[in-house]
Design a protein around this ligand. Structure first.
Ligand SMILES: Cc1cc2nc3c(=O)[nH]c(=O)nc-3n(C[C@H](O)[C@H](O)[C@H](O)COP(=O)(O)OP(=O)(O)OC[C@H]3O[C@@H](n4cnc5c(N)ncnc54)[C@H](O)[C@@H]3O)c2cc1C
Length: 304
């Protein structure tokens, strides 16, 4: 690795890559570390061409992720994949990696995004990819015509139930409390006879050997089991920010609050993208946020 870089970007999702590209054009020597095997973040889960991204996306999420990796290479930005940040030393600033390495920089940008929330019930991890799914779009062909379930009460859960019903599935939508989905989604679901909504009901276990066979539930009728060939889990996301505990201010949900210049509670640490809980989650917002952060960091470093 080169001598102390101006900027260490943690996370090579759209926000981190955008920040690194802007930092390079602003003349900052930048290193990117990424826990995953390649840049892209959540793009690796988008199995369609995003319709709301301005410009001509090269294809689905993985295709855009590959384009981001190409851009990092083309700009000779040092990018180290398979390196997980485990702790932040905010005053230095520096990042300790999971393997014990210490990476110092003049500024650190946190762009670690979010990950999908799991149910954390028995059988969930064992049957992932064998009936347990996180995307109806990805798995609708596999589930077509079957009895399936969707877990969650927000827009994404309702939308996934509609996608599966369109694929000819009989869908049970399991909502833990009261639905949070917008009225338009609830009305559309209510109009589809193939979707049954169970409110105030929790999934307590998922069973099956080689593949998912049944889901155990607990609701107003007590505990019971329903057979199912698939379960799509849409219960929200969690910020990848646990590693910042004690080093940086976080909100009650674990997100990193930032000011309009992406500044955090520590003067040499900035944050961008979904880890900051922007009012709208999306590629355009993450990319724009990364650019704003890079410009703010450039201004701060120039004053030193
Ligand atoms: C199924 C799905 C469909 C979507 N569809 C759309 C769409 O149509 N249009 C749209 O605009 N948006 C869509 N999005 C949302 C979009 O993908 C996100 O808004 C965007 O990826 C957020 O970018 P980010 O850089 O903030 O975070 P992320 O994409 O989450 O990237 C964060 C990166 O940080 C890395 N990381 C995490 N922790 C560490 C650590 N400790 N050390 C090092 N690296 C770490 C992660 O591995 C990841 O690569 C979709 C998302 C999903 C899941």
């Amino acid at each position: 690795m080169s001598a102390t870089p101006d900027l260490l970007v943690v996370g090579a999702g759209p926000a981190g890559v955008s920040a690194a590209l802007w930092a390079a054009t602003l003349g900052l020597c930048t290193t990117v570390i990424e826990a995953g095997a390649s840049p892209g973040g959540q793009l690796h889960h988008i199995h369609f061409r995003p319709l709301n991204l301005a410009g001509s996306a090269p294809g689905d999420g993985p295709a855009i992720a590959a384009a981001l990796a190409d851009q990092l290479r083309a700009n000779a930005i040092e990018t180290r994949c398979g390196v997980t940040a485990a702790a932040l030393e905010p005053a230095a600033p520096a990042v300790r990696t999971a393997s014990g390495e210490r990476i110092a920089a003049r500024a650190v940008l946190i762009a670690t995004g979010v990950r999908r929330r799991r149910l954390d019930v028995p059988g969930e991890r064992k049957l992932e990819g064998r009936g347990v799914s996180f995307s109806a779009t990805q798995d609708r062909a596999r589930f077509a015509g079957e009895d399936v379930m969707v877990a969650g009460g927000g827009d994404a859960a309702y939308e996934n139930a509609l996608i599966l019903a369109e694929a000819g599935c009989r869908v049970t939508l399991v909502v833990r409390g009261r639905p949070r989905a917008r009225r338009e989604f609830r009305d559309r679901v209510a109009a589809v006879p193939a979707i049954d909504v169970l409110e105030a009901t929790r999934i307590t276990a998922i069973s099956g050997d080689d593949r998912l066979r049944a889901v155990r539930l607990d609701g107003p009728r007590g505990a019971f089991e329903l057979p199912a060939a698939g379960l799509v889990i849409k219960v929200g996301v969690i910020p990848n920010a646990e590693w910042l505990a004690g080093a940086l201010e976080r909100d009650p949900e674990g997100y990193v609050p930032v000011d309009e210049h992406c500044g955090t509670s520590q003067p040499r640490v900035w944050a961008a993208g979904e880890v900051t809980h922007p009012p709208l989650a999306g590629l355009a917002v993450a990319i724009g946020h990364g650019a704003l952060a890079a410009a703010a960091i450039r201004t701060a470093l120039r004053g030193e």
